[in-house]
Design a binder for this molecule. Structure first.
Ligand SMILES: Cc1cc2nc3c(=O)[nH]c(=O)nc-3n(C[C@H](O)[C@H](O)[C@H](O)COP(=O)(O)OP(=O)(O)OC[C@H]3O[C@@H](n4cnc5c(N)ncnc54)[C@H](O)[C@@H]3O)c2cc1C
Length: 449
């Protein structure tokens, strides 16, 4: 009997987790064909490469040897998928090759979304999303160079420290009235702004770029309102969108991303999706949402891989999560941190400097969202990030601890222990295979004193 053929499209986080999971389960019984237009690497480690903390060779994930060990047919590495015939169960590649599949995983990730302004693709202007972008940027930055980072969102903040490490003079522009508009609230943004200014960064919220021109080897940036500023290098960090165009006409149902069910199946038979391309359910709100975050790609890859290997596995939904460190300042938000209807309290602390907002949505006693900004050296702040994530992720009922936390958002540790959150997290390990609950770890109850 012919071996079942899984075709995996994309070579990023979701794809490699799917491949590893299939092999964990089937021990080589199936055929796996990998189609990816780049050699597999991790986008998330690119900031370390940009900042000189790791060498280029360390960004790659699946080496040719590892692919061979996993029994992956890598003959189509370097090829792009251009069309999908879901009736004939056949994938078409950019050189005309057709690859038949028994089932297929779409894990093609996302790409930068550039602002529709003149000069966005001109010389000295770089998006930042791929290894090729990092290589190109590295050729242009260095001590004393004027760099303008356009867009003060999550991705900009992942590379901000690396840019400063390279000795550039940095300015950051944001069209919205505050920086990090999709990561923290106004109180959090205020503290981050203060921190950046202290580290020599020029921060310009409420500033819209309208055009970029090249003049005398430099860039001239026109801003709404008529002002112009000069720079050597411009980095566009203005968002991403999923790579879906090649699925046009395939019958795979798409909204903002590929619509998937709880087993990460698309609307087309035997076609699954995982990672940045998949529109799954937000774990806290229960609504469909598109996330471009590593933990979602990792877990969805694992769940999709298990289902492809025949082990029925349910995806519990994505926990919205942003965690980034900028020059020693930890910035994190979880869940529905921007829910205007939630009961919430926000507290700014002077020494050590920090800011927190905790949110209880739906009138209940479960933490549904959290924002933390604080010094990484403040050890409790660092630990609290993990505990807050656990509280939001598990939806632990907090009873009287809710009142305590609303009064003092720094009281996380006691509420975490009293809620028995560790015990609740244990069965949440990947693929839903319950871990053995260890005595003493699954404590429950306990009222504040
Ligand atoms: C600089 C940077 C820092 C980041 N930092 C963080 C972080 O700190 N925390 C976090 O949660 N997330 C972070 N992310 C986001 C995270 O890397 C992504 O969410 C994750 O890589 C998504 O994984 P994926 O497998 O869905 O897609 P990807 O990793 O993007 O992989 C998709 C692959 O598919 C290939 N492909 C696309 N189209 C085709 C096609 N038609 N045919 C064949 N192959 C194709 C692509 O070339 C790519 O290799 C960061 C991203 C970047 C760029």
């Amino acid at each position: 009997m012919a071996r079942r053929r899984h075709v995996i499209v994309g070579g990023g986080t979701a794809a490699i987790n799917a491949i590893a999971t299939i092999r964990e389960i089937d021990r080589g019984a199936s055929e796996i064909v990998l189609v990816a237009d780049e050699r597999p690497y991790s986008r998330m480690v690119l900031p370390y490469f940009l900042g000189g903390k790791i060498g280029r060779q360390h960004v790659f994930t699946l080496t040719p040897r590892r692919l061979a060990e996993l029994g992956v047919d890598a003959a189509q590495l370097g090829r792009r998928a251009v069309a999908l015939d879901t009736a004939a169960q056949r994938l078409e590649l950019d050189d005309g090759t057709r690859v038949a599949y028994d089932d297929l995983l779409v894990a093609t990730g996302s790409r930068p979304s550039l602002p529709p302004i003149p000069g966005a693709e001109g010389p000295g202007v770089h998006p930042f999303w791929t290894l090729a972008h990092a290589d190109a940027l590295l050729g242009e930055i260095g001590p004393g160079r004027d760099v303008v980072l356009v867009g003060a969102g999550f991705i900009a903040f992942t590379i901000l420290g690396a840019l400063l490490r390279r000795g550039v003079r940095l300015a950051i522009l944001e069209a919205e009235p505050r920086i990090l508009p999709h990561v923290v609230d106004a109180g959090g943004a205020e503290l981050v702004t203060e921190w950046l200014v202290r580290h020599g960064v020029t921060v310009r919220p409420g500033t819209r770029l309208t055009a970029i021109e090249s003049a005398g080897g430099r860039r001239r940036l026109s801003l709404a309102g008529g002002e112009t500023i000069a720079a050597d290098v411009v980095i566009l960090a203005t968002g991403v969108r999923p790579n879906l165009e090649w699925l046009r006409g395939s019958g795979v149902e798409v909204a903002r991303g590929i619509l998937v069910d709880e087993r990460l199946r698309s609307s087309a038979p035997n076609v699954h999706a995982a990672g940045d391309v998949a529109e799954a359910v937000d774990r806290v709100t229960g609504l469909r949402a598109l996330f471009a975050i590593e933990p979602a790609a990792m877990e969805q890859g694992r769940v999709a891989g298990a289902n492809l290997a025949g082990r029925e596995t349910r995806y519990r939904g994505t926990l919205s999560m942003n965690v980034v460190d900028v020059q020693g300042l930890e910035i994190a938000s979880f869940g529905a941190w921007d829910d205007p209807a939630a009961e919430s309290s926000a507290v700014a602390r002077e020494a050590p400097r920090g800011y927190r907002r905790l949110l209880f949505g739906g009138g209940g006693d479960r933490l549904t969202g959290a924002i933390v900004v604080g010094h990484s050296r403040d050890v409790w702040s660092t630990h609290d990030v993990g505990m807050l994530k656990g509280l939001v992720q598990t939806g632990t009922p907090l009873g009287a601890w809710k009142r305590v936390l609303l009064r003092n958002p720094w009281e996380i540790r006691r509420a975490f222990v009293a809620g028995g959150v560790v015990g609740r997290l244990l069965p949440e390990t990947l693929l839903g295979a319950p871990s053995v609950s260890m005595d003493g770890l699954s404590a429950t109850g306990g009222e504040p004193r």
